[in-house]
Structures are given as C-alpha cells and as structure tokens.
Design a protein around this ligand. Structure first.
Ligand code: UDP
Length: 454
C-alpha cells in the first residue's frame, strides 16, 4: 500500500555502505531529512540490511550486491568495495528510471556513503545532484587530501625514528597517526582516489561540528570548492530508533541503575576491531586491579581463536562479582547517556567519539586502524578529553589509566573539559547554532539545487 509520505514532492535516495559505523549515521541523517519534509528511500545491499521495522517512515530499495564479503573480518577489502560498486549500479538506475515517470514526486538528490561512489555516477546520468556523506571526521578526510602532497614531496615517512614527528600542515597529527603504512598502500591509494572523485559531487556532508574541527573543515572547503555541511553529531539530533545489526542487551541499563554516579567505565571496541587472547587477559586483569565498576562489550567473534569470552582468566567472573558486567552488544547511546557512566574506553571509531562527546564522557583511547588514530590524537591533544593507551595493552598501564581518568585527581581537568565540549554541542544544535544552521542550509540546498547542467 502506498504510504502517505509517497505524496511528498521531494524524495531523497540515501545509499548505505553495509558496515555498522557507516549505516548508523546515514539512517540518522535520513530521519533528520524526513523531519524536514522529504520522502526517504534507503538503498541498501543484501549484506547487513537495516531493519525496516525500526524505520516505518522510510522506503527501502534492495541493491542485490552479489558480493562474497570479507568485510566482517576487519576492514573492507578493495575487491569487496569494487564488487559492490559494480553490482549495485543497475538496480539504482532502474529505480531512478521508474521515479522519472512519477509526476507528483521528484528525486531531489542522491546522498551516498563515500564508499558507495557508483551512486554519484548514476545520479549524474540522471542529472540528479549527488551528495557524499562522510561518516568519519573532517580531520580524517584532510589526511587524504594531504597524502598526495606528502607522496609527491617524498616526505611520507615510515621509519620508527620519525613516527613521532608532527606531519607538516597537519598539526596535531604525527606520522604514526596517519591512516597509511607500507602494507596498506593499495587501500590508501584507492581511498585517495575516492576522495578525489568527491570533487565532482554537488556537496559533502560530514558528521561533525564546526567548533570541533574548524581547521580541517576550512581546508576541506578550500580544497573541494563545493558546499560542505558540518552536521553533527547526527547521533544527538536524530530519533532514537535502533540501527544496530546485533541485538542490544538492554538489561545492562538495569545494572547501571544500581551503580554510583560517574563510577562505571564503559568499554567497547565497536563493530570491527579485534583482540587476541593475550590482550583479552590483560584487559581483564587491568579491570580487576583498577577496582572500578565496568560494563564491557565483548562482541562475539571479536577475540581471535574464541567464540566469545572463553579465554578470560579462570575465576575472573567470580572475582569481579557485581562490580562488572560483560555483554555482547550494548545500547551504546543509552549507556553513554546514563548518569552512572564516568568514562569510555574506546577504539575511537568516529560514531563512538561523537556519541561520547555528546554526553560529556571522557575517554581512554586505544585506536587500531584507519581513522581511529587520527580521532585519538584529536581527543587527547586538541579537545583534551581523553588519555591514550599506546602500544601493546598491558595490565599495569590499563589500571593506571582507568584510575587516572575515572577516579583520580589528574583526570579532573579532562572530565571538566569533556563537560565543556558537551555544552558546545548543546549550543550548536539549538536554533542559531552551527549544526542547526547547517541542516537548514542543506535542506535549502536540496530544495533549490536543481538538475545539473549537461
Ligand atoms: N555500538 C553499539 N553497541 C555496542 C558497540 C557499538 O550500539 O555494544 C555502536 C556505537 O554506538 C556506534 C557504532 O556501533 O554508533 C560503532 O561505530 P564506530 O564508528 O564507533 O566504530 P566502528 O564499528 O565503525 O569501528
């Protein structure tokens, strides 16, 4: 049956990339734009589809991607990316062809994840504006803008002695924070290429705020010469409907209700990062020795060689008793908003960072790959709302960091700053704030940015 929203005159097609950290912000953007009067079609792959029950106002378009993924085993592989981008073209074209015949509703724009670059070419064929949603920080995009320069100058260094040096024009990043190494050069070049192609898009949307990333945003605006809308934190502005692929264990909220205010350390490595058994044991002992209450997400399959928590030290659960809780997947936004949570030990995925900043929760950072090191550096050196646990995780370092952040006097300033940044977010999403204005500007842009010239 036709939904009432189908009669809305302007439709947007939002093209998801099927990883948790990409799907969530796109669905959040969809609900914001729905609230601005657009009909929303969510185009998604058969792998990791969103649950339509959680989004009754959206239409869904399946793009049969015919891809055999290795995505869940860590970071996306180039062959997956290329295969998705190839296989999803035809079904999107078919959809836009059908839409052309509708008289009462036109497609005002195709907003695609930066990794779903095929959608830009398809939109272009139909003279529809295409906009890129970047689900990571502006600073991360800025590193890819800088890489061609660094490569051309021969100043990209991988020698151990240089890794702690600051990268020219990318302060506060050090060479070790860049998302590039000799081993992942192929991926880096591909991502550089994708970003370069964004230049021909009508606009970019970034899940960020002007006051958090003023310089990176300024440099990106200069580089791209198309409108860049800093609309973040999307998690803070969008409706609360769940976007999780895994089932959220809501029971952890009842446990948090029994804990003292600001006492609990929440620990999560997001949807992709992995640990080995040794690391799991070091974390476990660090938590025991810190004597701090904790809520720990151990994603099934995230410890290599184990299904779940089999490799925890013997007696760990008994030793910890009521002081700690381990879950497979948490309702993270709700957890971070809970008054019992006093710190977040994170892998520094961008959504997690934005969610933590939104609630004024200070962080312990142990980044692994891609944007995570860039984010960690901004957390510890620009916003100064966290501590970094560098190198191999070791129980003594873990214990000291936890004590410092959640309970210690040294963490007082960090905790205070986290609250101040939260207040800036509160202001930016209110009428007249930068995110509020950017969303208005984006709405206006989508309503008036007509068909592209031939
Ligand atoms: N998340 C969650 N429950 C968990 C762990 C993570 O809901 O137990 C969500 C988290 O709120 C965030 C997303 O999963 O929105 C992870 O995205 P992020 O960019 O932080 O990291 P990624 O998974 O992409 O590495």
């Amino acid at each position: 049956m036709e939904k009432q929203e189908d009669r809305r005159p302007h439709r947007l097609v939002l093209v998801l990339f099927p990883l948790q950290g990409h799907t969530t912000p796109m669905l959040q953007l969809g609900s914001l734009l729905y609230s601005r009067g657009f009909s929303i079609t969510i185009a998604h792959t058969s792998f990791n589809p969103p649950n339509p029950i959680n989004h009754p106002h959206f239409h869904f378009l399946l793009l049969p991607d015919k891809t055999h993924y290795s995505l869940n085993s860590g970071t996306p592989k180039i062959k997956d990316l290329e295969s998705i981008n190839l296989n999803c073209q035809a079904p999107l074209k078919e959809f836009l062809e059908l839409q052309k015949q509708r008289t009462y509703s036109q497609v005002a724009g195709v907003i695609h994840d930066s990794l779903m670059y095929f959608a830009a070419a398809v939109a272009n064929d139909y003279k529809i504006p295409s906009l890129v949603l970047r689900t990571s920080s502006a600073a991360f995009a800025q590193t890819y803008v800088a890489l061609p320069r660094l490569l051309a100058e021969g100043s990209l260094v991988f020698e151990d002695s240089m890794l702690h040096e600051l990268v020219p024009q990318l302060n506060p990043l050090r060479f070790k924070d860049l998302p590039v190494s000799r081993e992942n050069m192929e991926v880096t070049l591909k991502l550089m290429d994708i970003l370069r192609n964004s230049k021909s898009s009508s606009a970019l949307i970034i899940n960020t705020l002007d006051c958090f990333e003023q310089l990176p945003l300024f440099q990106l605006r200069q580089h791209f010469q198309v409108p860049i809308f800093g609309i973040g934190p999307l998690s803070r502005m969008a409706s609360a409907s769940s976007t999780s692929f895994l089932e959220e264990e809501a029971s952890c909220i009842a446990w948090l209700n029994t804990q003292a205010p600001k006492s609990v350390l929440y620990i999560s490595k997001g949807s992709l990062a992995m640990s080995d058994e040794k690391e799991l044991r070091e974390i476990a002992w660090g938590l025991v020795n810190s004597e701090q209450p904790f809520l720990w997400v151990v994603r099934p399959g995230s410890v290599s060689g184990s299904d779940w928590t089999e490799s925890l030290p013997q007696g760990f659960i008994e030793h910890v008793g009521e002081r700690g809780l381990i879950v497979k997947w948490a309702p993270q936004k709700e957890v971070l908003a809970h008054c019992a949570v006093g710190g977040f030990w994170t892998h520094c995925g961008w959504n997690s960072v934005m969610e933590s900043l939104s609630e004024g929760v200070p962080m312990i950072c142990s980044p692994q790959f891609f944007d995570q090191k860039v984010n960690a550096r901004y957390i510890t050196h620009t916003w100064k709302v966290g501590l970094e646990l560098e190198g191999e995780l070791e129980r003594g370092d873990i214990e000291r960091s936890i004590r410092k952040l959640v309970a210690g006097t040294e963490g007082v300033e960090i905790r205070q700053r986290a609250i101040e940044w939260k207040q800036m977010i509160d202001v930016s999403i209110l009428e007249g704030g930068s995110t509020y204005n950017a969303l208005n500007d984006l709405t206006e842009f989508l309503l008036t940015n007509k068909i592209l010239p031939n």
